[in-house]
Design a protein around this ligand. Structure first.
Ligand code: SF4
Length: 434
């Protein structure tokens, strides 16, 4: 096993790698225009089919969730908000009783729930509540039928995609232990659309890699085991705390870029293939056809996008891998790539693939960044919803970063759709200007 682990630490450069990981990063602190971590519930509640996310929050949190999810709910939702009204410390005992009673009613009405997340938020009345203890107390009452965990989606502690990191990190202590004698197993970490997960599952199967498990699993009882022979491959780049928690359970990270675009997906699969000693011929045979399909699909948008200049505001933490994809596979040039939080270890391959002249910024001072964007006059700016209107008014085409999180974009079969997400707003503006 030691040998295998040594092998997995090997670097795997992308074909067009031209930069360096240890480059200067513009660090900014100031007003940020990003969603809070509650937003992760939008995709996590669809992924874990027998989980429920109970936000312990205020009316503001409930409104955010309603407006973000309103158009997507077709069945009874698997999330809700327990609204905590303002009260003094003497009212804390009542608040705990109230929470217990909300949970009891919910679980009585929804026997399908097997995993309940209490999700903390930032209003002061919620901060006074100890949700760790509440989860332990409620677990004693409701387990084994329902497991109850907690994490924070508060806007003070988390941005947008960090909610998923907090959720998955909370799940890690619950994962069953994998015995030391178990064979090496691959754990793909990060929520993916089911269709993408199935595609990757088939590719790993054809490569002879297995067992392959996904975190999160689709059902609470199917969460993957973890142990010293677990090799982690990240499907999403924003999982710092989850990786740390898995490593503490003995797992080893496979260093890889992220599976965006034809090249990114190939390099991601190759990192796993190398860790499992898949020979080059098998790798080529399995990946050749879908890779060519992806290259063709991406190529359809190259004429429109080549030479276009893109500016990323920090939002989803997907910015660096996306900039790498747009540069390497579509010939676009990134002016500034902002990310709310930068984990250089998890982002090493994608940073190295960015040209030296690209500015990477971490954190945000929104006014200064808006000024830099105005001065740079990009062809397209990738930003959160709050900045899109002001930028459009000033004649700068925008792409909402939230779309890049809600749309399946990973893997060979989605590579063309990913390119199209950037081509569409530019085409729209061209048509408007004709
Ligand atoms: S958690 Fe905080 S930032 Fe998020 S919706 Fe609630 S109040 Fe707003």
């Amino acid at each position: 096993m030691t040998l295998l682990h040594e092998k997995t630490r090997r670097a795997l450069p992308l074909p067009a790698s031209s930069g360096c990981v240890d480059r200067p990063v513009l660090k900014e602190r100031g007003q940020q225009e990003v969603f809070c971590g509650l937003t992760g519930i939008m995709w996590l509640h669809r992924k874990i089919q027998d989980a429920f996310f109970l936000i312990v929050g205020s009316r503001t949190c409930a409104h955010l969730m309603q407006s973000a999810a309103g158009v997507m709910i077709f069945a009874e939702p698997r999330f809700g908000t327990a609204i905590m009204e303002e009260r003094d410390l003497a009212g804390l005992a009542d608040m705990n009783d109230e929470l217990d009673s909300v949970v009891e009613k919910l679980l009585a009405r929804r026997p399908d729930i097997r995993l309940l997340f209490l999700v903390g938020s930032c209003p002061s009345e919620v901060i006074k509540l100890d949700l760790d203890r509440a989860a332990q107390r409620l677990s004693q009452i409701h387990s084994p039928q329902v497991r109850i965990l907690n994490y924070s989606g508060s806007g003070i502690e988390t941005t947008f995609t960090q909610g998923e990191d907090a959720c998955l990190a909370a799940l890690v202590p619950l994962l069953p232990p994998e015995p030391d004698s178990a064979p090496a197993a691959l754990m793909v970490v990060g929520a993916l659309a089911d269709v993408v997960e199935d595609q990757f599952g088939r590719l790993f199967d054809q490569l002879g890699i297995g067992p392959v498990r996904f975190l999160p699993a689709r059902l609470a009882d199917d969460m993957p085991p973890v142990g010293p022979n677990t090799l982690i491959l990240l499907a999403q780049p924003f999982l710092t705390d989850t990786v740390r928690a898995l490593e503490e359970r003995g797992a080893t990270l496979i260093q890889a870029p992220y599976p965006l675009g034809a090249d990114g997906t190939t390099a991601w699969l190759k990192a796993a293939a190398d860790a499992f000693n898949v020979d080059a011929e098998t790798f080529e045979t399995v990946t050749q056809a879908p890779r060519k399909r992806a290259e063709r699909a991406v190529g359809l948008h190259r004429e429109n996008l080549q030479g276009k200049r893109v500016f990323f505001f920090p939002d989803s933490q997907l910015e660096i891998p996306l900039a790498r994809f747009l540069g390497n596979e579509l010939g676009m040039s990134a002016l500034e790539v902002g990310t709310p939080y930068l984990d250089k270890r998890l982002m090493a391959h994608d940073i190295a693939a960015l040209p030296e002249e690209v500015t990477i910024s971490e954190g945000q001072h929104v006014d200064k960044q808006m000024d830099r964007c105005r001065a740079a006059r990009p062809d397209i700016a990738v930003c959160g919803l709050g900045l899109a209107n002001p930028l459009e008014v000033e004649g700068i085409t925008t792409k909402w970063s939230i779309e890049l999180v809600f749309t399946p974009i990973q893997g060979y079969e989605q590579a063309g759709d990913l390119a199209e997400l950037f081509a569409r707003p530019l085409n729209r503006r061209t048509r408007l200007e004709v």
